[in-house]
Write a protein that binds this ligand. Sequence first.
Ligand code: ATP
Ligand code: MG
Length: 740
Amino acid sequence: MTDLLQQLNDVQRKAVQTTSGPVMVLAGAGSGKTRVITYRIAYLIEHERVAPHQILALTFTNKAAREMRDRIDDLLYPGSTRGLWIGTFHSIFARLLRNYIHLIGYTSNFSIYDADDSKSLIKQVMKELGISTDSVPVNTVQGIISRAKNSFIMPAEFQRDASDYNQQKAAKVYEVYARKLRENNALDFDDLLIKPLELFDKSPELLESLQDYFRYILIDEYQDTNRAQYLVAKRLAAKHRNIFVVGDDAQSIYSWRGADITNILNFQDDYQDTAVFKLVENYRSTRTILRAANGVISRNRRQIEKELVSHRDDGEPLFLLESFNEKREADKVGEHIQSLKMLHGYDYRQMAVFYRTNAQSRVMEDVLRIHRIPYRIFGSVSFYKRKEIKDAVAYLRFIVNDQDSESLLRIINFPPRKIGQASIVKLREYADARGVSLYEAIRNAPDGGFQTRLLNALKGFVSMIEQLKMIAEEGTVYDVLSNLYELSGITSLLQAENTPESLTRYENLQELLSMARDFSDHNQGANGLNEFLNDISLATDYDETPESENYVSLMTVHAAKGLEFPVVFITGLEEKLFPLNCYEPEELEEERRLFYVALTRAEERLFLSWSKSRYHYGQPQVCMRSSFVDEIDSEIVMTEGGRSLSDAPLRQRDDGGGYAGRFNGRPAVPEAVRGRGGSAPAASSESDGLRKGVRVHHAMFGPGEVLSVQGRGEQRKARIRFRTAGEKTLMVQYAKLNIV
Ligand code: ATP
Ligand code: MG
C-alpha cells in the first residue's frame, strides 16, 4: 500500500486519502487529476476495504473507463476491479435503466437510438408534419429538442413558450418525436440521462436503495457535465455525500453540447463542506509548452486563477509552420513526422495531428498515405455508423424489441422483399387505426384485406423474425447474427452484387460477426444480445482501436481531451477556422479554451501550423494566421527559417525546403511525386508500392502481409494475410491500406 501512495505528490496523496465527504480537485492540465481518481479507487478498494461494486466512477469516454480499470488492476492485482461500476454516464445509466425502467412504463428490452437514429426519426416526423427541412434544418430541430430535453422542458411546456419560428416548428416535432420514441420502446441519448431522474421521482424507494448502494461516486472531466448529469450525480450522492469530482474550468469545451461550466464553479455552493485540492505541478509538458499554454489561457476573463508549473525542463521551442495551401501544410506535417522518427527516434504512436474541424482530415489523410505514414483517424465515420452495420444492428434490435418500428422500417424491405413504400403506408394506417405496433399490424395483416402477393411477402418476413427470436432465446449473439445473415440473405446479396463497394460491406459484416463471436466467448449471460447492443449503441467515436498499434493519431481537438502525446501538430491555425467564427466574446473564450486543451496535450514537441489559403465550400480562400498564435510569447516560437518568431520578418517565405530541409538533412520532396490533386498522379495508381511480401496496416483488420495483388485500376485486389483477422481479399481502392 505504501507503494501506491509513494507514486503521488503530497497534495495528490491528500486528495486520495480524504475519502469521506465531498471533495473537489480543481487543477490545470496534466497535473494528475485523472491519476488521482485512479489511485483513489485503488486506495478505497485496497486500504479502506470498500467493495468494488459500491464505487461508481464516471468517465468521459468508454476508452478512458477501460484504461482506468486496467490501470487499477495493474496497481492492485488482476481482477481487483471486478464489480466496479465504471463507464460513461450513458453506459452506466443504460445499465441501470435495463433493471428498473419498467417502473416508468418501458420494458427492459428498450432500444437505444444514437444521434443518427434520432435524426432520421426527426426527419421522418418532419415529413409527416409537412415541415420542410429547407425551412428549418434537421440539425437545428434536433439541437433544439435536445436542449429542451436536457433542461427538462416537456413538449407541452415547450410548445407554450416557443418564441421564434424555428422553436415553434421544433416544438411540434418534439411532441410527435417523444411519442414515437415511447411507442417504439426506445430511448435516445438524452433520455439515458433524463429517465433516471424520472425514475427517482417515481420511486423514492429505488433512489434510496441506489444511494445506499453507491457509497462512493467519482467523476472525471467534471467541467463538461451537463445539467442532467449534474442532477443525477447529486441525487445519487445525497445520502453518503462521498462525491469526488475533478476538473479544470479552463478545459470546458462542450458548452455547444449542453455542458454547463457552472456545475464546477458552483460545486462548493452545493456542498459547503467541500475539501478543495489544487494541484500545481504539471508532469506532462516541458516548461516551454506550459509557458505557451499559460500565456494563452490567461487572456480569458472568465476563469478561476490557477497556478501550473512544469515538473520538466525547458525542452524545445515551439515550431511554427507556414504553407501556401492545405496540401502543402499536410506535406510538411508528413515530412516532420518522418524526420522525427528517423532522426529523433519517435515512434508513430507518439505523434498526433489535431485539427479544429473533421473536414480537415481528408487532405491530411491523403498526404500521409502518400508519405506511407500509418495513421489512424479518431472520430470520423465510425465502424458502427456504416450502412451495412446499421442494417444488421436494426435487425438485432428488432429481434429483442419488436415494438421498435424505426428498426422495422429499416429492415422490412432490406434485402428487397417487394414490400413497397405504398404498402408500408397502408400498413401503418392499419396499425394506427387499431392502436397497435407496426409489427402487430403485419402479423394481423391477413385480416386486413391486403393483396396476396404482399401477404406472402409479409408472411415470409414474420416467419424469419420469429425464428430468429427463438434462436435469441436459446443461443448466443453469434448464433443469432450468423443465422440472421443466412436467413435474411443480406450477405449473399452483397456477394452477388460483386462490386468493390459491396465486397467491402460484406467484409464489414464479417467483422461484426467476429465481434459477436468474441463477445459470445466472453459473455455467457442470458441477457447477451441486449448487452451486445448496449455496447454497440454506446460506442463513441473516440473509443476504437487497439492501443498497441504503431500509428500516428489524427483527431479533432475535442477528441483529444484527456490524452497526451510526446509530439503534437496543431494544424489549420487560421482566423475563422481556429478560432472558428465567433460572434460573442464567450464563444471566443471557448475557442481559446479549446486551443489551451490542444497545447496542453503535448509532452515534448509542439508544432503550430497554418496555411495562407484553404478550400472552403469548394472555393480557395485567402487565410490570415490565427490570432491565437500571437498570444504565445514569440520568443519561444521558432519559425522555419530557424529564427524565433520575435525576430522573424513580418512575411515569411514559404519555400517548402527551408526548415524541413535543414531539419532532416534532405531536400524537400518535389511536388510531382507527392501526388493527389492538381497535376500530380493519383494515389490509386499502380506505383503505390503494393506488392507481394509488403507489410500493410488496415484500419480495422490491423497489420498483415500482402500475399498477392491482381487486376488494375478500380478492379485492383490484394490478398492479405492479417495477423489476427486471417486471410482476406480486399479492393485496394476502398481498403485504405497503409504500407508499414
Ligand atoms: P488533463 O487535464 O489533461 O486531463 P490530468 O490532470 O488528468 O490532465 P493526468 O493525465 O492524470 O493529468 O496526468 C498527466 C501525466 O502526468 C500522466 O502521464 C501522469 O501519469 C503523470 N503524473 C501525474 N502525477 C504524477 C506523479 N505524482 N508522478 C509522476 N507522474 C505523474
Ligand atoms: Mg485527465
